[in-house]
Design a protein around this ligand. Structure first.
Ligand code: SF4
Length: 501
């Protein structure tokens, strides 16, 4: 693990440093926020603790996307209450989506919590904890992200989980209104990060030896909409190349806005970056320019995560997704035709309120036609405050959902197995993540360019190495291969063994 600290430790060296533990719930966006939280706490002189029990400061970075998020959080907080009584100096903070939603309610239900901060207040977490030591419990929830690009949370210190791969936030919030989703309510409207700032962060990462970056946003394909508006509202809008990218600002007849494709190309051309991934594009906004950039830029990995959610046009309309199954499949076909050996993954919800057997059959048909490499399949669970949650009269009975879920699992696993078995006998480039969790010390895990998990028996591999493997076996969720040769040594400076997850 690397530590990128931008301010000196606040504690004196004579003191035993306080320790912290961040527990993350939810998506990559939350995991990246946790990296920032860890970076901030380390900048204050705290050191990481292995677990909650041994930490002086415990931070729960919460998510309200998953089912029963409230119960899990308050259950965890209940367990910590006794621990805190035994260790009076201990502090507890709650941040993330659930904190944004519940606000003061967190302190009402768990008054032993020291700080509550929202999704736009990550940068103040360490400060709030410090203030709570003298002034008592602190709550800070901003309604939306800071308007000024300079205040974007990207400037925070980061403690990266993997030294050779990094998430890079390009956008926060979302302007869509999918009926099942709480994100727009808790993360606010879409705000794009300035173009040049993203490229600068990627250059800095490359200089430290990071070889893979994943661009993160709720709807990456709408990147830049707000930037163009900002730039055009100024008289001297061409001077906004920092915000919108030099190419867009300098064009004789500029397009309506800088595109995600422009950013993808700029990042892919940063020297030292060999793999660029992104998540997630909304199918309605997947533009031909993005596909072209994927096809032509060598560093952009041939993997597209394109959330389907449902194969029924009726359900897609109820979900307010803005596309039909036909349109989705056309865009997928265009991407497959353009990008060689493209792996495609998706998200599908089973049992959306009002989903009939006929609707679900359409989902099975579309999933079979899409031939996914893998799919995250979810059972619909109502998120309080969403349109879908209010449609209680249309809820699908649990036993019907369970049966449909199993049928969908079989369809997806069939295509995943077929696609993985088709790779047997081929050589693949694998970026080594670390020793495999199972299989003993001589088994390593890593990812191919298509983001496939591979296990390989070898000796002396190190995290961050790029190796060639011969695929010998394909299962629905992973490949097994034979080590062939080392293609590249790790480039990052600190070599600390990590366990692959
Ligand atoms: Fe939620 Fe839809 Fe926005 Fe994705 S695109 S974050 S599902 S509202």
């Amino acid at each position: 693990m690397t530590s990128e600290l931008k301010s000196p430790p606040a504690q004196s060296v004579a003191e035993t440093p306080r320790s912290y533990h961040v527990r993350t719930f939810g998506c990559q966006m939350n995991e990246h926020d946790s990296e920032r939280l860890a970076g901030l706490l380390e900048a204050q002189g705290l050191v990481p603790a292995q677990d909650v029990e041994n930490a002086d400061v415990v931070v729960f970075n919460t998510c309200c996307i998953r089912e029963n998020a409230d119960n899990r959080l308050y259950g965890n907080l209940g367990q910590l209450r006794a621990l805190k009584q035994l260790r009076p100096g201990m502090q507890i903070a709650v941040g993330g989506c659930l904190a944004q939603k519940d606000r003061e309610k967190v302190l009402e239900r768990a008054p032993w919590v020291d700080a509550v901060f929202g999704t736009h207040n990550v940068g103040h977490a360490a400060e709030l904890l410090e203030r709570a030591r003298t002034d008592g419990p602190q709550v800070e929830i901003l309604e939306s992200a800071p308007a000024s690009a300079e205040e974007f949370a990207s400037a925070l210190p980061v403690r990266r989980e993997l030294p050779f791969a990094a998430w890079v936030t390009i956008q926060v919030g979302c302007d869509n209104h999918c009926a099942f989703c709480i994100v727009p309510a808790v993360r606010g409207p879409e705000i794009s990060r300035p173009f040049a700032e993203i490229v600068a962060e990627v250059r800095e990462l490359a200089a430290r030896g990071t070889v893979e970056v994943t661009l993160l946003g709720q709807n990456v394909n709408s990147y830049g909409r707000d930037l163009a508006l900002q730039a055009r509202s100024s008289e001297d809008w061409r001077a906004h190349s920092y915000t919108t990218g030099a190419e867009w600002a300098a064009a004789a007849a500029p397009r309506a806005r800088p595109l995600f494709a422009d950013l993808l190309r700029a990042v892919a051309r940063v020297e030292g970056i060999d793999r660029v991934r992104f998540t997630s594009p909304h199918p309605k906004d997947l533009r031909p320019e993005t596909i072209e950039a994927m096809a032509s830029e060598k560093a952009v990995c041939p993997h597209l995560h394109l959330p389907l959610q449902s194969g029924s046009d009726r359900v897609l309309a109820l979900m307010r997704r803005g596309y039909t199954a036909k349109r989705y499949l056309e865009r997928l076909a265009a991407a497959r035709a353009a990008v060689e050996d493209l792996a495609v993954t998706t998200d599908i919800i089973v049992g959306f309120p009002g989903e009939t057997e006929q609707d679900f059959t359409r989902t099975l048909e579309v999933a079979a036609e899409a031939e996914y490499d893998s799919a995250y399949t979810f059972i619909f669970s109502p998120r309080p405050g969403t349109e879908a949650a209010a449609r209680t009269e249309d809820y699908v009975p649990a036993e019907i959902i369970a049966e449909r879920f199993e049928r969908l699992r079989q369809v997806v696993e069939r295509s995943a197995l077929r696609r993985h078995e088709a790779r047997v006998g081929r050589t693949e480039e694998m970026l080594v993540e670390g020793q495999a969790k199972k299989g003993g010390p001589g088994v390593y895990s890593g990812r191919t360019r298509q983001n496939k998990l591979v296990h390989v028996e070898a000796t002396g591999l190190r995290s961050g190495m790029v190796v060639e493997v011969l695929v010998e076996y394909g299962a629905p969720h992973f490949l097994k291969g034979k080590f062939v040769r080392v293609l590249a040594q790790p480039r990052h400076r600190n070599l600390i063994p990590v366990a692959a997850s």
